[in-house]
Ligand binder design. Structure first.
Ligand SMILES: CCCC/C=C/CC(=O)SCCNC(=O)CCNC(=O)[C@H](O)C(C)(C)COP(=O)(O)OP(=O)(O)OC[C@H]1O[C@@H](n2cnc3c(N)ncnc32)[C@H](O)[C@@H]1OP(=O)(O)O
Length: 364
């Protein structure tokens, strides 16, 4: 009897492991850590691995989850794993029945909403609960959306944010997913990603317009220097706290901001982390126009719809004439900024700032 039950439980365990791979929705980090811990306990027994270092956030979280199970018997862990997967499958299935085929799914983007209407392709950053922080998936999706927009039949492309923020910049949890090659490999991969990401903005062929609906931080601010127009709500602020984060400027801002606002004002922003109001950013040339938040959407979209009616080829060619002679320089600046940042990400100053944010010791 016992033996039959154990065999059945082992089979259920294997089925459950397969079921986890087939889950349609991400169950979230907390559940994933529980699954990891139960799996390890069921297959290897109690945790006797050395505790990972303080900067190794992911492995430390995994270790904590496993260690918490103490001396739970392997068979019980196996059963608990099976029970957890079964509850998970039914809850995720039922939630997908409530909301069949949401918009996000139909567009094929997880972190963005992309629509095309009235000659305008609108790319909306769509992680409002995280203040539209740009995680690795979002970097890739923005690049994909820009590539698609460069070839579609729209005349202009708009980037905006959903919710109260435009974007809080780089998602600081990006730094916690350390690959087997360690933090050096992570820094190298991030520099490659950043260079490719910024390169897409440098090369974007159609008029690119930012509709800054709220506060903007970090990389969401620096790349504005590569846009053709920037419209802001009077609720928006512009903040590049690189020194506070132990980092250095990116998005070609070390070049574009100096050209736009001059070295003194650019230094205040990029080195001293001065946060600008929308009015100040407009006075310094980073923002094209500011509108009261109450009428922002109406006024901006009326203006953009009128722009989108202009002959698209003329707009594209005019942009080429204005921007092309700077392209080579911008790519060189981008490469240099990324290589400096690759080093910065390995510094104690940067690691401490990220750990402080993640352990909720500091915010901007
Ligand atoms: C690979 C390429 C790398 C390119 C490098 C680029 C450099 C940069 O972009 S530097 C800028 C990095 N950004 C920040 O330092 C902002 C950090 N966030 C904050 O200081 C605050 O969250 C805020 C001032 C933006 C908002 O504060 P508020 O009190 O209104 O809201 P919160 O409760 O803090 O946020 C809600 C929710 O969102 C999460 N979150 C917000 N911003 C980020 C972020 N940048 N990275 C990760 N997560 C972020 C925050 O943790 C909250 O999540 P929970 O509800 O789960 O706690």
């Amino acid at each position: 009897m016992n033996r039959a039950a154990m065999t059945a439980s082992q089979k259920d365990f294997e089925n459950a492991m397969n079921q986890v791979k087939l889950l349609k929705k991400d169950p979230g980090n907390e559940v994933k850590l529980k699954l990891y811990a139960l799996y390890k306990q069921a297959t290897e027994g109690p945790c006797n691995m050395p505790k990972p270092g303080v900067f190794d956030l992911i492995n430390k979280a995994k270790w904590d989850a496993w260690n918490t199970l103490g001396s739970l018997p392997k068979e019980t862990a196996r059963q608990n794993y099976v029970d957890l997967v079964s509850s998970l499958s039914s809850s995720l299935e039922s939630s997908s029945q409530v909301e069949p085929g949401t918009d996000r799914k139909s567009t094929g983007y997880e972190t963005l909403m992309v629509t095309s209407e009235d000659g305008i392709t609108k790319i909306t950053l769509n992680r409002p609960a995280k203040k539209n922080a740009i995680n690795v998936e979002m970097y890739h999706e923005i690049m994909r959306a820009l590539k698609a927009a460069s070839k579609d039949d729209s005349s202009i492309t708009v980037l905006t944010g959903n919710g109260d923020y435009y974007s809080s910049g780089n998602d600081l949890t990006n730094f916690t997913d350390i690959p087997p090659g360690g933090v050096e490999e992570k820094a190298k991969n991030s520099a490659i990603l950043l260079r490719e990401f910024v390169g897409c903005f440098i090369d974007f062929p159609k008029p690119l317009i930012a509709v800054v609906n709220g506060p903007a931080v970090g990389i969401s601010v620096t790349i504005l220097g590569l846009f053709d127009a920037v419209y802001a709500s009077d609720r928006a602020t512009f903040h590049t706290p690189f020194s506070h984060l132990g980092q250095s400027p990116e998005g070609c801002s070390s070049y574009t901001f100096l050209k736009i606002m001059g070295p003194a004002k650019a230094t205040e922003m990029l080195v001293f982390g001065k946060k600008l109001t929308a009015g100040e950013a407009c006075a310094q040339g980073l923002v094209t126009a500011v509108f009261p938040d109450s009428t922002f959407q109406k006024e901006v979209w009326t203006r953009l719809k009128a722009f989108a009616k202009l002959p698209p080829n003329a707009m594209r060619i005019s942009k080429e004439v204005i921007r092309n002679r700077e392209k080579e320089k911008l790519h060189a600046v981008n490469a240099e900024e990324c290589s400096v940042l690759q080093e910065r990400w390995l510094s104690d100053e940067c690691m401490n700032a990220v750990v402080n944010f993640l352990s909720r010791k500091s915010k901007l």
